[in-house]
Design a protein around this ligand. Structure first.
Ligand SMILES: [Zn+2]
Length: 396
């Protein structure tokens, strides 16, 4: 498609006259103006006229036929209702002047979004709603789906355009990104693949330990572990006694076929923590490198050298060009497993947890739980202990 331009000059009341602080997001809006004349071109004219003297501006307006750009990508606009959103994102307004043309307008906006993601090397999870910044019900028609296109549909369209471009953004994924599945899905998937019982039991550990380790995506880590260990069957030089979930080598390192070059961990817990801390280091997580890490190869020079699955894979396993693809294929299967009762505990609010526990355990007196939190009372369930300790803000 053609991107038409009517750039707003400096000095207009709607122009903040400054550069973006950084270009990290694309913010999607719906205009909210259902008049037939509220086309993309007319919105561009409105902005060129100074937005009626209001501090209101955005980068692109899209309708069923056309795209109009009003500000350069790297300039700030006033569209997010929030200083961070304004200073770090490109705003796209989708016109709602024509209900029957809304689907086409969304397609055009998805095409534009894919173009911008590619151009600015952003991953698809950087596409956010106006609601993300200010809580406003915008893009209203996409949020409600009332005109036949939901937010999920929109993101799927963006992905389709990225794939059609052969772009890198959609088939890659940030190491630090939300998990698309809970540990029960991961366990179910591992079982379906004939994994060992020990390997299946690692899923919970990955999901439990990842939040405190740079919020590394546990699905990536668990699937990588499946690849590295052959679902716990260890056909290479390692076996279960190493408690090494990721083929981690010793600090000194050595050849892939030298069993002495591989780390022996005291416990599977330590092995999983080491793996996650190694990934967090690659991802450049805040606070890394750690002063004390379970990771025997916690070399500062690795910091931030593999922020995505593909770049991490290139560093971790340069000999296998399909490594990232194999991990991604596994991840898609985990996410496709039945999602019953699989909400990640780490993401639950205390209210949700209390609801989930209702009828399953007896909630004893508050003093009882205070004892649990302080570690004075042993609950006969590791899971609950972990859960309540995490609620209290402990790193477990
Ligand atoms: Zn909006």
């Amino acid at each position: 498609m053609t991107i038409n331009k009517k750039l707003c000059p400096a000095g207009l009341k709607n122009n903040p006259n400054r550069a973006l602080k950084s270009l990290d997001y694309i913010t999607i809006h719906c205009t909210g103006n259902r008049n037939a004349t509220a086309t993309a071109a007319n919105h561009a004219n409105y902005q060129l006229g100074g937005s009626g003297g209001n501090q209101t501006s955005w980068h692109y307006t899209v309708d069923k036929d056309s795209i109009w750009q009003s500000f350069e990508d790297k300039r700030e606009c006033w569209h997010a209702g929030n200083a961070t959103g304004n200073a770090t994102s490109i705003g796209i307004e989708i016109c709602v002047n024509d209900k029957s043309g809304f689907k086409a307008a969304c397609e055009n906006a998805a095409w534009l979004t894919a173009e911008l993601l590619t151009q600015h090397k952003l991953a698809i999870d950087k596409v956010v709603q106006h609601n993300h910044w200010s809580g406003k019900n915008c893009p209203a028609e996409l949020r409600s789906g009332e005109w036949g296109v939901t937010w999920i549909d929109f993101i799927a369209s963006v992905k389709r355009y990225l794939d059609a471009k052969g772009g890198t953004a959609s088939d890659d994924i940030l190491i630090i990104s939300p998990a698309a599945a809970g540990y029960l899905q991961a366990e179910a998937w591992a079982k379906s693949m004939g994994a060992t019982d020990t390997f299946v039991s690692l899923a919970r550990k990955y999901w439990d330990y990842a939040p405190a380790r740079g919020e590394v995506n546990p699905v990536i880590a668990f699937c990588q572990s499946a690849l590295e260990t052959g679902y716990g069957k260890f056909k290479g030089v390692l076996d279960e006694t190493y408690k090494n979930p990721c083929g981690m080598k010793t600090t000194k390192g050595g050849s892939d076929d030298d069993s002495d070059a591989h780390q022996r961990f005291v416990s599977w817990e330590d092995g999983v923590k080491a793996h996650l801390e190694h990934l967090a280091l690659y991802a450049g997580a805040a606070g890394y490198p750690l002063k004390n890490s379970y990771d025997p190869r916690h070399f500062p020079y690795l910091l931030g050298t593999g922020k995505t699955l593909k770049t991490m894979a290139a560093g971790w396993c340069p000999g296998n060009p399909n490594y990232a693809l194999q991990v991604k294929g596994m991840m898609d299967k985990v996410a496709a497993m039945k999602a019953e009762h699989t909400q990640s505990v780490a993401k639950l609010t205390p209210e949700q947890i209390i609801t989930a526990l209702a009828g399953k355990v007896t909630i004893a007196s508050p003093d009882y739980w205070v004892g649990v939190l302080k570690g004075n009372t042993i609950v006969n369930c590791d899971y609950l202990t972990t859960l309540f300790a995490r609620l209290a803000g402990f790193d477990v």
